[in-house]
Structure formats: structure tokens, C-alpha cells
Design a protein around this ligand. Structure first.
Ligand code: NAD
Length: 367
């Protein structure tokens, strides 16, 4: 009998993998370990109904393995809906590598990670995310073909971040159109939180449009660099969420819209690149709506990157990448109309369309 050999408390420790709040009937979760390179990674495959699970690899110094597991579960689920709503024939997957990208990322570790990706025979296809560079994907490419986001010189579509930023910019303009009746962002006070690969490129678009851009980052060096380049104002206060702004653009990590921040945010619009911005989709999506804050669903407007890497699999060129990315503007407007027309949150409206597409394909596949 189990009770003879196990402490009941140990059973609680077993449950949390499939019992995590972030677990959403994921198809497969792969734990990868390599003592020699120090690699500790988790690959999450959420859903492969529409195609192979494609999603980036994030390297982050997580506080605990549970945090890493929850992150990969949430991120891989988001990828399923991102590809579905964008009309791509891809499923949702994501990987996390536990560790400090600056101190612990080595070519050996990246190649070992690539071997784990390869062992899944194409069910999961990787790309770059936070803590990764195009050069890292080139290393992974040395051991597996199941990688996108590789250098243009090596036949890839290159760094997806500028296209992601362009899509976010399109989504933000659509939100402005819905909220203000005009999509012109000139003079709008936009706070960009996180000025990494995507954030900086977004700052560039906003600056060209004449927006009043404020930037925030935990990396001071980058703040000075980006501020100088685009004449953007550096945020210097001590409570970023209470800052007066028209548009809040989260471009760092997820869950910044949570129980602590939701009542402080005074922005008219939230539109940014970060994945999983709502800590609790239902609760925080609804509260934003009640507070009159228009939320552009992250997985809808940050799809430029996946459109870019999908080009490597489908062999379409830059023009088609731009066309698909600009279409984010139209889809975002449609989602807002559907949400406000049906009295549901914008996040739920976007999710519903994505889920309908997956369900239709599932039924077609089973015929
Ligand atoms: P990045 O690592 O290049 O940049 C992230 C930036 O955020 C860094 O400058 C970092 O210092 C900063 N940061 C981290 N924590 C912060 C905090 N608490 N406050 C302020 N700044 C903080 O990553 P990226 O590629 O620019 O991606 C940004 C976000 O967009 C991520 O959530 C990512 O998952 C998402 N995203 C990226 C892409 C893409 O194409 N790169 C595509 C879709 C979604």
C-alpha cells in the first residue's frame, strides 16, 4: 500500500507537475539535464493540433524550479493561441533553460540543449526568446534542423525582434484607433517597460511617430544607450505602475498586471510585447475592462516574431512577413469589436477565436 511506504506529504509533492495552476492539458513536458554542461531545461509542448509546437527558448535565473516549470507551462500555452489566432499552422511549445544567460550560457550548453530538441524529432521547434541571441540559434542548428530564428547568412530569417516590435506597434495603433478614434500616436505618453531586443525597436517606431516615450529597464547601461539614441526620457520614479501615461507597453517579463498593480495603472491602453502580461487572465482581464483600460491581448499583437520565423519553414519572403504583421492591426480591431459587442474581455475574445480554429482542425483531423 502506498501509505506504508510514503509520507502523505510526499504525495503533495508529486501532484504539482500536472496539478499546477498553469497546467492546461499540455501534451508533453520534457525535463532535460546534462551534468557536464550544467544544462537544466524544460521543454513544454502544449498542443500540436495545428502543427509542430514552435516557440522560443528562454534562459532565466529562476528563483525555483517551480517558477521555471510554471513559466514554460504558461508560455507554451500562449504560443498555441498565438499561432492559432495568427492563422499559422503551428502548435504551441516553449523551452526554458534555468540559469543566468550572461554567466552560464556556453556553446556546449546550447548544443546539448539542441540535442534534446532533436530527440523530439520535430514535434517541438525552437527559436529565440529572452536571454537568447540569433548566434545561439545558429549553434543549436549545428545539431538539429528543428530550430528557427537563425542568421540570414545561414539561410534563416534573422532576428525576429524588430518584426515583433512592428506588430506590437500595429496592435498599439489599433488600440489607439478604438480608444481615441485615431491611430496617430503623436504626443501620446507611452511608457515602454523593458528596452531589450523588442523594446528598443518599439521605441524607435514610437519616436518616429512623435510619441512622448518614457523608458524603464533594470539594466542602467541600456537605459542610457537607448535614451541617447532616441532622445527618450528615462523613468526615474519608484512606482512605475502609478506613473501618468496614456499607454503602458510591457516589454520585459510577464504577469506585470497583477493584484498589486491593477488598481494603480492609470493608462488608457495596455499594449506591449511581453508574453502573459495578465497574472490571472480572467480576473485581471475583467478588472482592466471594468476600469476602462483597453487591453490589446499580448499573444495577438506580439505575433510578429512567430510570423518571421514561420517564414523559414514555409519559405515566404520579407514582403509576406510584413503583410502578415501589418494584418495584426485589423485582427486587433476585430477582437475589440467582438469583445465590446459581446460584453466579454478582449483576452477572452481573442482566445475564443483561437480555440475555434483549433477545434475545427481537430474535427477535420479526426475525419
Ligand atoms: P530581451 O531579453 O532582449 O529584453 C528584455 C529587457 O527587459 C531587458 O533589457 C531586461 O533588462 C529588461 N527587464 C527585465 N526585467 C525587468 C523589469 N523588472 N523591469 C524593467 N525591465 C526589465 O527580451 P526581448 O526579446 O526584447 O523580449 C521582451 C518580451 O517580449 C519577453 O516577454 C518576450 O517573451 C516577449 N516576446 C519577444 C519576442 C521576440 O521576438 N523577441 C516575440 C514575442 C514575445
Amino acid at each position: 500500500m502506498i501509505s506504508d511506504i510514503m509520507n502523505p506529504n510526499d504525495l503533495v509533492k508529486v501532484d504539482p507537475v500536472f496539478g499546477q495552476n498553469s497546467f492546461d492539458n499540455h501534451e508533453q513536458i520534457v525535463f532535460c539535464n546534462d551534468k557536464d554542461t550544467g544544462l537544466k531545461a524544460i521543454i513544454g509542448i502544449h498542443n500540436t493540433v495545428l502543427g509542430p509546437a514552435l516557440g522560443g527558448t528562454r534562459m532565466w535565473n529562476y528563483n525555483s524550479e517551480w517558477d521555471a516549470l510554471n513559466d514554460v507551462l504558461r508560455l507554451s500555452r500562449g504560443m498555441t493561441f498565438k499561432s492559432a489566432i495568427t492563422g499559422l499552422n503551428l502548435g504551441g511549445g516553449k523551452a526554458v533553460i534555468i540559469g543566468d544567460a550572461k554567466a552560464q550560457k556556453t556553446p556546449e550548453l546550447m548544443k546539448r540543449f539542441g540535442e534534446f530538441v532533436h530527440s523530439l524529432s520535430g514535434k517541438y521547434i525552437t527559436a529565440e526568446d529572452v536571454g537568447m541571441e540569433t548566434a545561439d540559434m545558429d549553434l543549436v542548428r549545428e545539431v538539429t534542423p528543428y530550430v528557427t530564428g537563425i542568421s540570414e547568412s545561414k539561410g534563416g530569417a534573422g532576428n525576429p525582434s524588430p518584426i515583433t516590435a512592428y506588430g506590437v506597434f500595429m496592435g498599439m495603433k489599433a488600440a489607439a484607433k478604438h480608444k481615441y478614434g485615431s491611430d496617430v500616436l503623436e504626443g501620446k505618453r507611452v511608457l515602454v517597460q523593458g528596452i531589450g531586443h523588442v523594446g528598443e525597436s518599439l521605441v524607435e517606431h514610437l519616436t518616429h511617430e512623435g510619441a512622448n516615450v518614457i523608458i524603464a529597464d533594470i539594466n542602467e547601461e541600456r537605459l542610457y544607450e537607448v535614451s541617447k539614441k532616441y532622445d527618450a526620457t528615462i523613468y526615474t520614479g519608484n512606482d512605475i505602475y502609478s506613473e501618468d501615461m496614456d499607454i503602458y507597453a510591457p516589454c520585459a517579463l510577464g504577469a506585470t498586471i497583477n493584484d498589486d498593480t491593477i488598481y494603480k495603472i492609470k493608462a488608457d491602453i495596455i499594449a506591449g510585447a511581453a508574453n502573459n502580461q495578465l497574472a490571472k487572465e480572467d480576473k485581471h482581464g475583467r478588472l482592466l475592462q471594468e476600469r476602462g483600460i483597453l487591453y490589446a491581448p499580448d499573444f495577438l499583437i506580439n505575433a510578429g516574431g512567430i510570423i518571421n520565423v514561420y517564414a523559414e519553414l514555409e519559405n515566404y519572403g520579407k514582403q509576406e512577413i510584413i503583410r502578415k504583421t501589418e494584418n495584426i492591426y485589423n485582427t486587433t480591431l476585430e477582437i475589440f469589436e467582438r469583445a465590446y459587442g459581446n460584453g466579454i474581455t478582449t483576452n477572452d475574445a481573442a482566445l475564443a477565436i483561437a480555440k475555434e480554429r483549433i477545434e475545427t482542425r481537430k474535427q477535420e483531423n479526426s475525419k
